[in-house]
Design a protein around this ligand. Sequence first.
Ligand SMILES: [Zn+2]
Length: 148
Amino acid sequence: MQLGLGSRRPRTREDLRSFGRCWYPVKRPQPKGYRISIQVPGPFPYRHRRYMKPIYRKSDGSWPTIPLNAEPAGYVEVYRNGVLHCWQRLTTEYLLESREIAIVHVFAHEIFHFLRRSRQIPGRNGENEADQFALSIESIFRERVNGA
Ligand SMILES: [Zn+2]
């Protein structure tokens, strides 16, 4: 494993948020392993949007109520074994109060994708699942920092 740290000035409005990216291993044109990049430019505290459990269309065609703290973030339709499944992705606002917390949160989110992709942990490799994992790692970090 290689770890590189660097910093750069935000160049676009898109840079002014905390986010991560990951790339799965490729063999061509030249072999590259799993790569993770995270950006946490701040300023902090920063209001981040994270994924939460989606809502699924019921068999009668109706939808559950969107929770008060949630915002729709995309509609998905997938056929599985000839059955149409529909769901609405949801995000919620989440406060990243410091750069340290942001680094732990965003890095843990991307590490989840790596661990799941490399079959080191079970479950679905989704955004909500990655954010739930990030929250659990962040909670451990908070306990260690606060000495609780
Ligand atoms: Zn993700």
